[in-house]
Design a protein around this ligand. Structure first.
Ligand code: PMP
Length: 367
């Protein structure tokens, strides 16, 4: 019998139980072929169907306009830190890009882009990653090739609840940790990317949604496997793709669809995250989330435990108690400490309630 464990990890993260069961059922014999997806040729008609199904489900779930390509690439989100400038910084002569740096991941992306062109951080530098600087303080460069931001900063729990206005400059977003957690108007973007291992599958595949007119501008030195045009022309099959990860993603996308799509995910994610933030807000400073209310993430809820804004011993006790109750992976990122509860799509309301009940109990015990 399977142990009852509730997984709040930031990624790789929980997958829906029904997806795991289906993958288990099909592991040895996919669709009567007598072999596993793990062994299947990437140019077989069966794998073609898995690719087609994944693309069409993504198109449907996100209402992706016809003039966008959907690519499945490797190299993770970090690969895209390089691929974005390699493909897009040459869109304009100045080879310059605007970056919003609101946490670890956008900081890394900006640093990588500096290898290939000029990077302009559009807002005053932040002392801590706990807010999104007001757009009135941004100086966007009209001759930038693109404007880049990370829609949800996974480590710091900072999420945009608005889409930046760029006055016609191509907008690029890293949605790795809130992809398909809410509806998004793809037509406002030049490019969106997301690693699968948080909301839509397991590690190994990164989804890139890119407007067609942005293809074909890659720098000479762009590695061929990261060249969006090459991959678009070859339906992401320039080389062997991460077949099994794409298959798992197709199952998760079906699960999202049968559970009401991105709008239903948003409703649920609002409910789950409010449940935890409400306890933090009502704890009289026992639980502290340093992030400004307006940009608190619905996906990753970071908080400290203890009156003085974080008490290591108490946090250890909190984690141990959680683990005794079957709740794991709640430790904050090593760079910030404390606790982080990641509430991706597959984390249920009941899972979240278990955490909420425990947080209230722990508060009562230590007040
Ligand atoms: N962007 C975001 C928002 C992330 O959360 C992560 C990983 N946690 C990355 C990029 C990097 O992804 P990868 O580890 O797949 O390279």
């Amino acid at each position: 019998e399977q142990k009852q464990t509730i997984h709040f990890g930031a990624g790789p993260a929980k997958l829906p139980q029904s997806v795991l069961l289906q993958a288990q059922k099909e592991l040895l014999d996919y669709s009567g072929m007598g072999i596993s997806v793990l062994e299947m040729g990437h140019r077989s008609s069966e794998f073609d169907n898995i690719m087609d199904k994944s693309v069409s489900l993504l198109r449907e779930l996100l209402n992706i306009p016809a003039n966008y390509k959907v690519l499945f690439l490797q190299g993770g989100g970090s690969g895209q830190f390089s691929a974005v400038p390699l493909n897009l910084i040459g869109l304009k002569e100045d080879k310059c890009a605007d970056y919003l740096v609101t946490g670890t991941w956008s900081a890394k992306a900006a640093k990588e882009a500096e290898k290939y062109g000029k990077v302009n951080i559009v807002h005053p530098k932040l002392d801590s990653y706990t807010k999104i600087p007001d757009p009135s303080s941004w100086t966007l460069n009209p001759s930038a090739s693109y404007v880049y931001y990370c829609c949800n900063e996974t480590v710091h729990g900072v999420e945009y609840n608005f889409t930046p206005e760029t006055n016609g400059v191509v907008l690029v977003s890293d949605m790795s940790s809130n992809f398909l957690s809410r509806p998004v108007d793809v037509s406002k973007f030049g490019l969106i990317y997301a690693g699968a291992q948080k909301n839509i599958g397991c590690a190994g595949v990164t989804v890139v949604i890119v407007r067609e007119d942005l293809l074909g501008h890659a720098l000479k030195e762009c590695p061929v496997i990261l060249d969006y045009k090459v991959q678009a022309d070859m339906n992401s099959l320039y080389n062997t793709p991460p077949c099994f990860s794409i298959y798992i993603m197709s199952l998760v996308l079906e699960w999202i669809k049968s559970n009401g799509g991105s709008a239903a995910m948003e409703t649920l994610n609002k409910q789950k995250s409010s449940m935890i933030y409400d306890i933090i807000n009502a704890s009289n400073g026992f639980y502290v989330c340093p992030v400004e209310e307006a940009c608190r993430s619905r996906m990753n809820v970071p908080f400290r435990v203890g009156k003085k804004g974080g008490d290591d011993a108490l946090e250890k006790e909190f984690l141990n108690g959680a683990s005794e109750r079957g709740m794991i992976s709640l430790k904050g990122h090593r760079s910030v400490g404390g606790i982080r509860a990641s509430l991706y799509n597959a984390v249920t309301l009941e899972d979240t309630e278990s955490l909420a009940v425990y947080m209230k109990e722990f508060l009562k015990q230590h007040q």
